[in-house]
Structure formats: structure tokens, C-alpha cells
Design a protein around this ligand. Structure first.
Ligand code: LLP
Length: 416
């Protein structure tokens, strides 16, 4: 199995030492279940691989922003990569340290910048000229200098899905090296801006290390150009992107291999290196449990209609992403090919197609590798309350988000 913390005991799927059937019966379905120790181990694998190199492993909050996930990482001393004021509020509520937060994203609003500045975050990853000027103005008003890095676009092909590739020059992210050069000169001369680092992020679900190494080399060459101008950087942030194995045939590098590749490409033992992994920390430490409501046959084609849908997990419909689906309780029954579909009224509402399974009405299925970009991308489409979230810690089950109620869904609305 492609997962870090998931095992079968007597044919029943367990996360750590908790039985997923018991969890499903206790909290109902659909529900997300995460492994606390698995998440810890993956963050620590990044952290440990840096050894003596100054570094900060900033978990990308967007990947899974449940407060208990953030708390688990904050307790280890993690840094955080945020893309909104909301994510900063979550980090602070979970006990995270603002001084370890970097703020990415192309559309930071004035209010978000002010909040981040007042909170004392480590660095703003600036993505455009206009954003730099706006931050300078806010920093002047607040009489608090803002620490910055410029996000450069190293123009390397990460060889991943088009929707999650970000480091090519046609993407909306970052600025070219030429533009960055101008912006660094401007920022270095500003009384309200403190130049601290440089940032890039080339894409997500990277299974090959050569693009990130190439990006690091281009960043270092640019760093030398800045040094020749008397502008010295104190950190290099290589962004996130390490992929995970969604199927057994994938071969994602380990966090240690990934970190080593970056450290070698940068080759400056005193430089602080930041990375912003998300998927590689939580992806294979979470599953989505769903119940089979109906079996149905149309013209020889078999469907399992389940109680989770595209609103709960949108990756299959949005990206054509493949995630493994398996029986929570293994049996000796004969398997057949099923399309696993949800109750939402869209043909695109499927979790998986043509999967060989033995299932009956009432059985539970687990969608694997669902810890990253699962719950966070869910919606209330079709007035479906969002799923419950559970975090397992060895033999203990913590409900870390209650299932939404219909009252929750209608609370902000008003009849006229
Ligand atoms: N840093 C920045 C600036 C990012 O934009 C991202 C992800 C990360 C870090 C974390 O990347 P990771 O380590 O998780 O690959 N919803 C898509 C993935 C979108 C990724 C967006 N940026 C999916 O479900 O595959």
C-alpha cells in the first residue's frame, strides 16, 4: 500500500492502531481520518535531513489546515507557509509561532498584509512590483519595517500536471529574474523594507528531482548577481512540491532525497534554506471513508453509489487525479469492476472509475492519499454538509472537526 501509517489487521484497514470501521460507525460517513504520528514523522524527515544546515521546514497550510494538524506541527517547532490572513489566524490559533511564518500568494490584500505585519511574521514572499509598493506603504504607515523575499520564476518545467505547475514563465506566479533584480535594488534602498531572502516554487507533485535542482542553481546564480551589487541574502526558499505515491508504480523521492538534492544544488553550508512542503507531509497520512449506499447496473456497467461526492473530494473530477480506493474490510468475495460515484447531480461526480472491488450495500470504502487537498477543497455543493475530520494518535481517536449541520449551512442566509 502506498500509505505511511495505514495497515490491515485481520483484513480490516487501520490508521495507526485504530480500526476504520469503528471510526466510521462512531462518527458516521463520509469522514476524513488522519494519522497524527504519520504527520509528525514526515515533517521530522524533512527537518532531520537538513542536519547542520540552517533551515526551516514551513508546512504549506493550504494543503490541510485543520487546527489539530497545525497544532501537531507547531508542537514540533514547524514553520508555516500561508496564503491568506485566514491561514495566519489558523496558525496562531493552533499555537504556531508567527516568527516562523512566510506569506506567499499573488493577491495579498491590504488588510491581510497589515495583519501579517502586526503579527510579526518572518517574511513576505513578494510576487509582483505592485505588491512590493503596497507593502512598503503599509509598513511606513505602521512604522514597522517589512521583511521580504521576492518570488522569482525560474522558468523550469516541473514535469507535472498543468494545473499545478507554477514555475514556467507563462504562469501567474512570481517575477522574472530581470524584474526581480530591479525590485531588489528598490527594496534595498527603502527605509520600510528589509531584504532577507529569495523565494521560488516550481510546482506540485514533483516526482523527479532534476527540475528543483535546476531551479536552485538558477536562484544561486541570481543570488551572486545580487551580491555583486552589494545585496546579500540570508535565506533561500525553494517552495514546496515534493510528490507522493498515489499508486504503487509511482516512485516519489523521500523527503531526505529531496532535501539533499536541494542542499547540494545550493552548496552554501551557512545559508538558511526554507522549504514549503504540504502534500508530502499529510497526503499519505489521511483517508476519506465513505459508505456504499447503492449498487446499480446500467447496460452491463456497474456503479457503486457512495455517500461521498465531488464536493467532499474534488481532485478526481477537477484534475482527473487517480486515488486508490479499497475496501475497508477485505473479503474473499469475487471482485468486479465498479465506477465509484457520488450523489451529486453531475456526470463529473466520481471518485474513481473501473476499480476492481468486492462491495455490497452498506460496506465502507477508503479513498487513500486523501490527507492533502481533500477536506480543504471541499464545498457545500448540493447543500451537502462538509465531512467530519478525525485524527488518530496510536489507539486514541480525536474528532477534530464535527460534521457540519444544515443549520451551519444556512446560518448566514436571510429570507426577505
Ligand atoms: N508553496 C507554494 C507557494 C505553493 O503554491 C504550494 C502549493 C506549496 C508550497 C505546497 O505544495 P506541495 O508541497 O503540497 O506540492 N490542489 C492541487 C495542488 C495545488 C498546489 C498549490 N500550491 C492538488 O490537489 O493536487
Amino acid at each position: 500500500m502506498t500509505l505511511d501509517s495505514i495497515q490491515r489487521i485481520n483484513g480490516t484497514l487501520h490508521i495507526e492502531n485504530c480500526n476504520l470501521i469503528q471510526i466510521a460507525q462512531q462518527v458516521d460517513t463520509p469522514c476524513y481520518v488522519y494519522s497524527r504520528n504519520g504527520i509528525r514523522q514526515r515533517w521530522q524527515a524533512f527537518d532531520a535531513a537538513f542536519a547542520q544546515q540552517p533551515h526551516l521546514v514551513c508546512y504549506a497550510v493550504k494543503t490541510n489546515s485543520n487546527l489539530a494538524v497545525l497544532q501537531t506541527l507547531a508542537q514540533l517547532g514547524a514553520g508555516f507557509d500561508i496564503v491568506s490572513g485566514g491561514e495566519l489566524a489558523r496558525v496562531l490559533s493552533a499555537g504556531g509561532n508567527a516568527a516562523n511564518v512566510v506569506f506567499s500568494g499573488v493577491g495579498k490584500t491590504t488588510n491581510e498584509m497589515r495583519f501579517a505585519l502586526q503579527s510579526g511574521i518572518k517574511c513576505f514572499n513578494i510576487e509582483s512590483e505592485a505588491e512590493l509598493y503596497r507593502l512598503e506603504k503599509i509598513a511606513a504607515e505602521e512604522a514597522t519595517p517589512a521583511t521580504i523575499s521576492i518570488r522569482v520564476n525560474p522558468d523550469v518545467d516541473p514535469k507535472t500536471h498543468a494545473y499545478i505547475s507554477t514555475g514556467l514563465k507563462e504562469n501567474k506566479f512570481g517575477v522574472s529574474f530581470d524584474k526581480a533584480f530591479e525590485l531588489y535594488r528598490y527594496a534595498a534602498a527603502s527605509a520600510h523594507l528589509v531584504v532577507h531572502g529569495i523565494d521560488c516554487h516550481i510546482g506540485s507533485q514533483l516526482l523527479d528531482l532534476s527540475p528543483i535542482q535546476e531551479a536552485a542553481k538558477r536562484v544561486v546564480a541570481f543570488q551572486q548577481k545580487l551580491a555583486a551589487e552589494g545585496i546579500y541574502l540570508q535565506h533561500i526558499d525553494m517552495g514546496g512540491g515534493l510528490g507522493i505515491n498515489y499508486q504503487d508504480s509511482d516512485s516519489a523521492p523521500s523527503p531526505a532525497e529531496y532535501v539533499t538534492a536541494i542542499v547540494q544544488a545550493i552548496a552554501q553550508p551557512d545559508m538558511e534554506i526554507l522549504v514549503e512542503p504540504g502534500r508530502a507531509i499529510v497526503g499519505n497520512n489521511g483517508v476519506l471513508i465513505t459508505k456504499v449506499e447503492y449498487l446499480k447496473e446500467n447496460e452491463g456497467k456497474h456503479f457503486a453509489v457512495v455517500d461521498a461526492a465531488m464536493n467532499d473530494l474534488i481532485r478526481p473530477s477537477l484534475y482527473g487525479a487517480w486515488q486508490n480506493i479499497c475496501e475497508v474490510q477485505e473479503t474473499d468475495d469475487e471482485k468486479q469492476l465498479f465506477d465509484i460515484v457520488g450523489p451529486v447531480c453531475e456526470t463529473g461526480d466520481f471518485l474513481g472509475k473501473q476499480r476492481l472491488l468486492a462491495v455490497q450495500e452498506g460496506d465502507y470504502l477508503a479513498v487513500l492519499s486523501a490527507g492533502a487537498y481533500g477536506f480543504v477543497m471541499s464545498s457545500n455543493y448540493n447543500t451537502r454538509p462538509r465531512a467530519a475530520e478525525v485524527m488518530v494518535d496510536d489507539t486514541t481517536i480525536h474528532i477534530v472537526r464535527q460534521r457540519e449541520t444544515l443549520d451551519d449551512l444556512m446560518r448566514a442566509e436571510q429570507l426577505i
